[in-house]
Write a protein that binds this ligand. Structure first.
Ligand SMILES: Nc1nc2c(c(=O)[nH]1)N[C@H]1C(S)=C(S)[C@@H](COP(=O)(O)OP(=O)(O)OC[C@H]3O[C@@H](n4cnc5c(=O)[nH]c(N)nc54)[C@H](O)[C@@H]3O)O[C@H]1N2
Ligand SMILES: Nc1nc2c(c(=O)[nH]1)N[C@H]1C(S)=C(S)[C@@H](COP(=O)(O)OP(=O)(O)OC[C@H]3O[C@@H](n4cnc5c(=O)[nH]c(N)nc54)[C@H](O)[C@@H]3O)O[C@H]1N2
Ligand code: SF4
Ligand SMILES: [Mo]
Length: 701
């Protein structure tokens, strides 16, 4: 449509919500051009968190929702597994085949041989979590959700006891903002709008703790480029300085924390010199940061998810969360620390997830270990049957899960039946037996909470889906009918589920939420700042966590904050530490299909320190090979001095086929569970690095 045609069409401005897996959950204003097309998308000015700001990739969403490659009809595999050869079939045939196979598998192997698998491709509560209703009613194997938040949550709960914190909008009232192990310029851009206000209005300082000079670090007043997985050492040294130099708030600690004297004694040896040797930061850098942090009352630590994606990540995140407990910063407006607001919504998800049918004795398996599960690892299967059938919604595990060579091997099993419900022909869909076409968020109704702020919102259906696309809820209804799965949730429309869930959770109904656009669920100042107590039974922040209560892998975790050397440390054979964080223009693998995102990200790239490059004969733009015991990946090099020598950064979860050998970055990452409760360790990988003779044609190797 040309610009003038667009102006002439009746453009309606409608409210929506970004459904993607991003803590910002932006309130959107969408130009709806007619019943089937959208125009520009903007952030809602009236929402005090979104404040008119959204990321570029969602602003140009028309490119994704009207993409010519969208899946439009159900498909049945005709060629060998993974060949990508399919033929169209009807919805009835597709759902009949899936149901027949699930019934046959359950009959032969038991219901636990079916493993519904999902993640957060949409964050809408109905379309994301409804798959659990089918799971629980049918007694299919359960899923331990570890791919993203398990490590962060373990670390946060260890100290604070519940996932809330000072209102993220208070960042604008801070005098110091520390962005610790996150890269919001890429991953949740709204944070930067609130940071900018603090800098403009209060001359606030911004510190970034990150192994490489990210877009966020670039605009900071101070960037601490530590070695990956050493954050607890830095945090301990800062607390050491607080005690040493009289910055520790002993009155606050006596009232609100569990064991300040033990902590002080323990930290006596955790000096800046000690931390310097572990983190690779200079003593002067550590001292300067410690002084700045300790002398600022209104200091707001915004934790990212990233720094917890290492084996010791929960311990590291907990150590950082101890800082405002020592200085007493929790008490002040603009002070404290924040990871996620997920505890503030008090949802009753019985209807959505079929929680009344859940049986905790049914087998549960770690989603990040999908490769091990599908290749029959007994540590994962337990005494139960092999996984013989899967329904996959909202995720692309063939690319995003760690140890991806093993994941692929699992999906290629001839005796495994896989149905993938998707918007595009992803790598996972290509490995399926049946592919079903899915709606996008503006084509169905859903209910959203925000991790990075405090709003409850409804994103209503705004346009008709293309082709024969159906929503996740509709697919689950269709399967439930065929499988004989009975639950009131299957009899309701998505909007009825939204309305009933809101009311059951103590919020106003759907009509009210739609009319007022959102509910601000931020608790009171006192509650948000834990002035009425932290989330443990004694109301105290725990410097000494009960790791055993949090997860099974607690052995070896320290009593008090400390550096734990359980990581994939570099060795002479694998001398580099690889960090694999998000790309700005993609969202996990979403948007790897849109031309402008692809163009801006260009190609898979390894950021390598010039000293390392020179030593190994690596040139700017040359091909390099990264490898370890799990696999090898080839990609192009970029020389970059914003990290320590010995560290390599590869941004983005590019599709496998964008790499010269068709093998993507997660071939290198490990599916070892993070401690103590599992969690994928995407930034904790030792690798070797070699230069490739770029002139050699690939076929000659
Ligand atoms: N554009 C874009 N936005 C996204 C995503 C995306 O892929 N692209 N993904 C979305 C999802 S699912 C999530 S969970 C969030 C995640 O967003 P973030 O919270 O930003 O977490 P990560 O992106 O995993 O990592 C952020 C940073 O952590 C750093 N890091 C890695 N290891 C360490 C360490 O040991 N110590 C420290 N201090 N830092 C470390 C990385 O270098 C990286 O810069 O973003 C969401 N938003
Ligand atoms: N190397 C490396 N790997 C990582 C990470 C990293 O930092 N580095 N980050 C990890 C993290 S934090 C996460 S959360 C995971 C995320 O991994 P995924 O959850 O797999 O995220 P996406 O790759 O965005 O895939 C989501 C898929 O859901 C589909 N989808 C979206 N909406 C709907 C819908 O309504 N219905 C259906 N049926 N499908 C839908 C999209 O088309 C997309 O293909 O990746 C992890 N993998
Ligand atoms: S910043 Fe995050 S929530 Fe906001 S529009 Fe972009 S992806 Fe969506
Ligand atoms: Mo995530």
């Amino acid at each position: 449509m040309s610009q003038s045609q667009k102006r002439n069409a009746a453009v309606a401005l409608r409210s929506s919500v970004c459904p993607h897996d991003c803590p910002s959950t932006c309130a959107l204003e969408v130009e709806v051009l007619d019943g089937r097309r959208i125009g520009a998308i903007r952030g809602a000015e009236a929402n005090t968190y979104t404040a008119g700001v959204i990321c570029a990739k969602v602003a140009r969403y028309a490119e994704r929702i009207h993409h010519p490659d969208r899946l439009l009809c159900p498909l049945l595999r005709t060629g060998p597994k993974g060949s990508g050869q399919f033929r169209p079939i009807t919805w009835d045939e597709a759902l009949d085949r899936v149901a027949e196979r699930f019934l046959a598998v359950a009959e032969k192997y038991g219901s636990e041989a079916v493993w519904p698998y999902y993640y957060a491709g949409t964050m809408g509560l109905v379309q994301r979590d409804g798959i659990n209703r089918l799971r629980h009613v049918m007694r299919y194997s359960r899923q331990h959700n570890t791919i993203c938040t398990a490590l962060c949550e373990a670390g946060w709960i260890a100290g604070a006891g519940r996932c809330t914190g000072p209102d993220p909008r208070e960042m604008a009232k801070a005098d110091l903002i520390v962005i610790w192990g996150g890269n919001p310029v890429s991953t949740q851009v709204n944070v930067m709008a609130h940071v900018s206000r603090a800098r403009k209005e209060r001359a606030a300082k911004l510190v970034v703790v990150d192994p490489y000079r990210t877009g966020t670090a670039q605009v900071a007043d101070m960037h601490l480029a530590l070695r990956p997985a050493t954050d607890a050492a830095l945090a301990c040294a800062v607390m050491h300085v607080a005690f040493r130099d009289g910055y520790a708030d002993k009155d606050y600690m006596a009232r609100y924390t569990d064991c300040p004297e033990r902590l002080e004694a323990h930290l006596a040896t955790r000096t800046p010199e000690w931390a310097s040797a572990i983190t690779g930061l200079s003593v002067a850098e550590i001292e300067a940061f410690a002084r700045l942090y300790c002398s600022t009352r209104r200091s707001y630590i915004r934790m990212g998810y990233g720094f917890a994606r290492v084996r010791n990540g929960a311990v590291n995140l907990h150590a950082v969360s101890c800082l405002p407990g020592v200085t007493g910063a929790w008490q002040y407006e603009g002070g404290g620390a924040f990871w996620s607001n997920r505890s503030i919504y008090h949802w009753d998800k019985t209807l959505i997830e079929g929680l009344d049918a859940r049986d905790p004795s049914v087998r549960i398996m770690d989603m990040s270990r999908i490769g091990a599960v599908l290749t029959g690892d007994r540590r994962d299967l337990g005494d139960g049957p092999p996984v013989m059938a899967m329904l996959i919604q909202n995720t692309n595990p063939a690319v995003v899960a760690p140890n991806s060579n093993r994941v692929r091997q699992g999906f290629l099993r001839e005796d495994l039946f896989v149905c993938v419900h998707e918007q595009f022909m992803t790598a996972t869909a290509k490995l399926a037996d049946i592919v079903l076409p899915a709606t996008m968020f503006m084509e169905h109704d859903d209910l959203y909470q925000a991790g990075g702020h405090s709003h409850i919102q409804i994103g209503p259906k705004l346009i008709e889906p293309p082709g024969e696309c159906r929503s996740n809820h509709e697919v689950l209804q269709g399967l439930a009918r065929r499988l004989g799965a009975r639950h009131p949730g299957f009899e309701m429309t998505a909007m009825e589920l939204i309305d009933a869930t809101l009311r059951a959770s103590g919020w106003p109904g759907a009509q009210t939420v739609l009319a007022q656009r959102w509910i601000d669920a931020q608790p009171s100042f006192a509650e948000s700042h834990f002035l009425n107590g932290f989330g443990h039974s004694d109301g105290r922040f725990r410097f000494a966590p009960d790791w055993q209560a949090i997860g099974p892998y607690y052995a070896g975790l320290p009593e008090l904050p400390d550096h734990v050397g359980v990581i994939d440390e570099s060795t002479p054979e694998r001398p580099f530490r690889l960090v694999a964080p998000p790309a700005r223009q993609f969202l996990n693998t979403t948007f790897t299909e849109t031309p402008t995102s692809r163009k801006r990200e260009r190609r898979p790239t390894a950021l390598i320190h010039p000293q390392d490059a020179e030593r190994l004969g690596i040139v700017e733009g040359g091909l390099v090979r990264l490898g370890n015991q799990r696999g090898e990946v080839r990609l192009h090099a970029r020389l970059f001095d914003g990290l320590q020598p010995g560290v390599i950064v590869v941004e983005g979860i590019w599709p496998h086929e964008d790499f010269p050998d068709g093998v993507g970055i997660n071939a290198l990452t490990s599916d070892d569970p993070g401690l103590p409760n599992g969690g994928a360790v995407f930034h904790d990988t030792a690798v070797w690095l070699t230069a490739e003779a770029a002139e050699l044609p690939i076929a000659a190797e």
